[in-house]
Design a protein. Structure first.
Length: 288
């Protein structure tokens, strides 16, 4: 059965939500609708819909005209075995001593690596995205330099792959938090799948707004976006132990200098930066 997609962008969450709601009343009806913020600080939102029958392009044009959006781009997708496709595309990822894999690749875990099982359906935080890979590589470098941590926080944890990476290394007190309740549920499932239940505590929280995130921490991960990272700079820095480390990502390459400057102004030294594709990962150390 063919699948049709219709995609557009526009400015503003309210307008994007309104357009998404309006799509529900089309004939033929879409089988799925998504409204997402474009993660490039542009302020744009993407609105998309899936159809099993070719959508009414005139009706779509009327909606975009009314909402001030660009005209929808309508495409027919070829029939695809998506399970096989995802498994093929999401090959295992090696990041130093870490090996991130899906259960379909369980037989490929090499000896001497720390295996981290993240299913392919959880695409962000599998290690394939340049931000997650950059954070794991930064953690690997710290261990090579002899760094150890007794208390670790993973802010905006997503799949909790970074918290699990720390748990694989040290018998540390580790907390992983996310503003999204569903992400916390995913993190909990991943801890169970990796045999790490009880090794990492979980919290639903915005930033450090939770009593268990008071610190001080020897290591803080924050793989989010430029705006939240800058907003968190004073709080995150204050919760780092003297000479503690922060690993930050979710930063486009052209944004890295700005983010680093905010953390330097808050009492940290930039010790390393790495670009992977269009994304930069920063490693900072709290001044004594």
């Amino acid at each position: 059965m063919p699948t049709w997609t219709a995609l557009t962008t526009l400015t503003g969450k309210a307008q994007a939500d309104a357009l998404g709601a309006a799509l529900e009343h089309l004939t033929p009806e879409p089988t799925g609708i998504g409204v997402f913020e474009v993660e490039d600080e542009s302020g744009l939102w993407e609105v998309g819909a899936y159809f099993t029958d070719r959508p009414d392009e005139t009706a779509l044009l009327l909606l975009t005209t009314a909402m001030g959006a660009k005209p929808f781009t309508v495409s027919e997708l070829p029939e695809t075995d998506w399970v096989a496709h995802v498994k093929r595309e999401l090959a295992p990822v090696e990041a130093g001593r870490f090996f991130v894999y899906g259960s379909h690749d369980a037989d490929k875990v090499p000896p001497g690596k720390h295996p981290l099982l993240i299913e392919a359906a959880m695409a962000f935080g599998t290690g394939h995205h340049g931000t997650t890979l950059g954070c794991l590589k930064a953690l690997d470098r710290l261990v090579d330099a002899g760094v150890t941590a007794d208390r670790v926080a993973d802010i905006g944890c997503g799949t909790a792959v970074l918290a699990m990476g720390a748990a694989a290394l040290w018998p540390a007190d580790i907390i992983a938090s996310d503003i999204d309740a569903q992400a916390v549920d995913v993190a909990r499932a991943n801890l169970v799948a990796n045999g790490m239940e009880g090794r990492v505590s979980l919290a639903e929280a915005a930033g450090f707004d939770h009593p268990d995130l008071a610190g001080p921490f020897d290591l803080i991960f924050a793989n989010i976006l430029k705006g939240p990272l800058i907003a968190l700079a004073p709080d995150l820095s204050a919760r780092l132990a003297p000479q503690g480390y922060a690993i930050l990502s979710g930063i486009l390459n052209e944004q890295a200098d700005d983010v680093a400057a905010h953390y330097v102004r808050n009492g940290n030294d930039l010790t390393h930066r790495e670009e992977i594709g269009e994304w930069t990962t920063l490693t900072l150390r709290r001044k004594p």
